[in-house]
Write a protein that binds this ligand. Sequence first.
Ligand SMILES: *[C@@H]1O[C@H](CO)[C@@H](O)[C@H](O)[C@H]1NC(C)=O
Length: 399
Amino acid sequence: MAGCCEVLRPFLFEYDTPRIVLIRSRKVGLMNRAVQLLILAYVIGCYYPHFAEVEIEWVFVWEKGYQEMDSVVSSVTTKVKGVAMTNTSKLGFRIWDVADYVIPPQEENSLFIMTNMGQPRGACFHLFFFFQIPDKTTVCTSDANCTAGSAGTHSNGVSTGRCVPFDGSVKTCEVAAWCPVEDDTHVPKPAFLRAAENFTLLVKNNIWYPKFNFSKRNILPNITTTYLKSCIYDARTDPFCPIFRLGDIVENAGHSFQDMAVEGGIMGIQVNWDCNLDRAAALCLPKYSFRRLDTRDVDHNVSPGYNFRFAKYYNDFAGNEQRTLIKAYGIRFDIIVFGKAGKFDIIPTMINIGSGLALLGVATVLCDVIVLYCMKKRYYYREKKYKYVEDYEQGLASE
Ligand SMILES: *[C@@H]1O[C@H](CO)[C@@H](O)[C@H](O)[C@H]1NC(C)=O
């Protein structure tokens, strides 16, 4: 009980009030100013490397402490150009243009370019009664083994309930399915449309910063029609040309186009519109960068790439519905537009000056700790800093 009071007494019955102690010491004085200077340097300015050249700017500026910020609003349209020719035994001589390899014809901020194709097996293209390739689940000995109407998630069709000979003595359950059953066992290599490497992609991007009512597009005002017809993006020579060679996009991200074309994948085209709108609008320029977005693990290469199936339907001379099934492998290009713009504004400026000044208080705390706890003469300073005053009556009594 007494111990409790010992703790509570100073808390309840004592009051401390700050008083100013002026320490006339060169060491302490200089230390205090040095710490304040460091904090001021952090708040106001520092050096930072900016794209190889070293600029001196206020940190205040770097962190845009004096600016109102806004995020970009954007719209993207794309256009691909390029024609390829293939000549295979299955499909014969074929020409592939934009309408064939861009699927679907238009998408939002994204486009898929087919670079490879699963090859159909057999020559039939209609609804057909078909035996299955024998494996554990499809082999049968009599009709009793095959349940009519059942369909496994991995089978190509619906079981008819009949057990039919496949090859010699082996029998499999018959299925009703679209014919031909696709050959899913191997991916054609090299890629069927490997010429897509030389196709070009035009990205048209309009951006808007609503807070500042600032809009711009990536086809810059100084780009002429003739330049746009012939240029290809290159980070060093043509950094503002909005036309990209597909092969360059993949190589810029550190991958091989021909490898990626076989099983497909996803590429990100990043457009960065970070702008300081206190400067001229002409200095607000897009920066392009490229990244492969589907991760490719060398050790765990299960279900790699990107593919999907689609069919084209038509009627033959007899009026039967037929279809051509295409398993498309390809590269999806996602165009990711991001950025922030800033412009001078008085409110964030005041807030940041205020918080900067508050940070200066750290210098006092630091110097107090050093003077009162770390220095050799700490007892002397402590004695000077704290003055113990008794309650008025007690003080009179003790005198
Ligand atoms: C792309 O174009 C270059 C130069 O015209 C040519 O040498 C190369 O073979 C082409 N690539 C493909 C995959 O066709």
